[in-house]
Design a protein. Sequence first.
Length: 245
Amino acid sequence: MKFQILTLFPAMFQGPLTESILRRGVESGAISVDLHNIRDFALDRHRTVDDAPYGGGAGMVMKVEPLAACIEAVKAQAPRARVILTSPRGEPFTQAMARELAAEDGLIILCGRYEGIDERVLELYVDRELSIGDFVLTGGELAAMVIVDAVSRLVPGVLGSEESALDESFSDGLLEYPQYTRPPEFRGRTVPPVLLSGNHREIDRWRRQQALRQTVQRRPDLLATAHLTREDEKFLRELAGEAAP
């Protein structure tokens, strides 16, 4: 998977891309991340990339010419890559979307700044707008990092175990079950006995029920689209009975 990041601040990516799993993914060749400074495509000697909005108003807008030139230059090298804009008005970014994007040949991620970008860039070049939440950041760089991280974990060869990416929160529409490791007792709190039993069938059953319980308590909205079995539905009815006064 090849990521192309279009940004005014490429130095912001140095830390996240040179540590932990992303670093190993780059070193193994499973992913690559190229940074492109939009200012390099400005048309004047001052490297101007923004201007006042037509119609007035506060703030500045990213100019169409440098963005168009930058996107076209990158597209020439990666014609099949999809262009993503990080934007507060975009679709909410989800795990299912990350899985979908991980199957692409490549992604070009455009990091917005200021009050936004000239709308003609969206009309001519952008395939999809994505938002990582209902809040406003100073720029799209942090959102781009989130997208790169989430998508990269689903690219074969990035994680040490393929099962790790499948058995996580949101992988099947539910939150993840609680996790424990040594020691078996800490300050009066013990590991659930089933996890020490060696009975993998019962362990799987406990984990599924705990995932359902966590989801009901913290994100009940997820149940509307989760993949539920008859046993899941039975357990949810039991939970509802426990909660009833």
